[in-house]
Design a protein around this ligand. Structure first.
Ligand code: SF4
Ligand code: SF4
Length: 385
């Protein structure tokens, strides 16, 4: 019988947001700009190359939603309302600290919300094309990435050189490799942590002030987890159902489905969504024109705003095999049309190609349906066993 040991190097990630806020204060005192971004499509390397610090403003909690609903329609996804609610109520310290904001034309709700948000702080909107294979789309996106660079230079007063950008490409690739190596420890038994343990590790990558210290913490964790794994330490019994979660991003405050799976005896071995592997799976090519390389890498993000979005199907299918999963949970946020429409095709792939049990959970950030979802999750895990 394996023994559950909470790895000691996890605790720094559990308190990462607090640490980040202190670091942001010092960075601002030294004249560094803070750049709020909302989405995995924002090329963070450009922000760093200008000596500024990117932070995520993607709302994951229920509390600010009532502020948003005074202005926005209630039938928008909770992520949009939470993000907007934080901004209008000025209750998110990361939003308050941001000197400028980067938005992206991903889904309709988000881009219309940005029309209001952009009046509040200096704002740059990246116009995202919806094709990942058309050469003209890549040219358009590269132009957008270059236009963002000019905006950031104007706001920070720092000229970005090709060398600055190249250095940041290397640093972010290194960070992605480490996150991926940690995620891949879950590919087989034993697994010294569970999905809830890894959530703050993955989420903390959105609030990094000092990249070197963050890298060091990731290395420490990777080393500790690798040793525990080698020694046969596992957070769960060998027969715990292994679940892949796909769909909309989740985070601290909106992790109820992940929590329910693990409270019900399963383990989320892999999150394909933007909180998980989708955000660090692809690296930026390190040779050649850095703007072309950045544009290409970010455009290939397998988000449901893309059409077609073959990359998501390929990624889910690859991960299901690599992580040897027993079932797939597709979790969507209510009123997220793009992910909700893709659900049917993901379900077909699970049944006909992967031969895996599948469940779709469409929910919001509130706790109203938690007990009902618990029953569904328990029944799903029981069916797998
Ligand atoms: S799911 Fe799509 S729109 Fe949402 S954060 Fe990820 S890339 Fe951005
Ligand atoms: S979850 Fe869906 S609706 Fe909400 S912001 Fe992301 S893509 Fe848009």
């Amino acid at each position: 019988m394996s023994t559950r040991i909470k790895p000691k190097n996890l605790s720094v990630f559990e308190k990462w947001a607090e640490k980040s806020l202190l670091d942001i204060d010092s960075a601002k005192d030294q004249g560094q700009k803070i750049v709020g971004a909302f989405c995995t499509f924002a090329p963070l390397e450009i922000i760093r190359a200008a000596g500024a610090i990117p932070v995520s403003l993607c709302g994951k909690r229920q509390e600010p939603i009532s502020h948003a609903e005074r202005i926005l329609p209630a039938n928008l996804c909770p992520l949009i309302k939470s993000s907007f609610g934080y901004a209008v109520s000025e209750t998110c310290p990361f939003y308050n600290a941001s000197d400028l904001i980067i938005g992206e034309t991903t889904c309709d709700g988000k881009k219309k919300m940005f029309e209001i948000l952009r009046k509040m702080k200096p704002f740059f909107l990246l116009h995202l094309p919806y094709s990942q294979t058309d050469a003209a789309a890549l040219d358009l996106w590269k132009n957008q990435v270059e236009a963002m660079k000019i905006f950031i230079e104007g706001q920070t007063g720092k000229k970005i050189t090709a060398d600055d950008l190249q250095q940041q490409i290397l640093k972010y690739n290194e960070q992605r490799r480490l996150l991926k190596a940690i995620a891949e420890l879950m590919a087989d038994h034993p697994m010294p942590v569970n999905g809830m343990d890894l959530l703050p590790v993955f989420e903390s990558s959105s609030f990094v002030v000092d990249m070197d210290s963050y890298r060091q913490n990731l290395e420490n964790l990777l080393h500790e987890l690798s040793e525990l794994k080698k020694n046969g330490v596992s957070a769960v019994p060998k027969n715990a159902p292994r679940i892949l979660m796909t769909g909309c991003p989740v985070g601290k405050g909106s992790e109820k489905v992940l929590r329910l799976v693990e409270e019900s005896g399963g383990i989320v071995v892999c999150m394909e969504n933007c909180t998980g592997i989708k955000s660090f799976d692809l690296l930026v090519e390190e040779q050649g024109d850095p703007y072309h390389n950045l544009a290409l890498r970010y455009l290939l993000t397998p988000c449901s705003c893309m059409t077609p979005n073959q990359g998501r199907f390929d990624l889910v299918s690859q991960l299901a095999r690599r992580f040897n999963v027993d079932g797939i949970i597709d979790q969507t946020w209510q009123f997220c049309h793009t992910y909700n429409v893709e659900t049917g095709s993901i379900q077909d792939m699970a049944a006909n190609t992967l031969d895996l049990p599948f469940i779709h959970i469409d929910t919001d950030y509130s706790d109203n349906d938690t007990e009902q979802l618990r029953t569904r999750v328990e029944a799903f895990l029981e069916m797998i066993n």
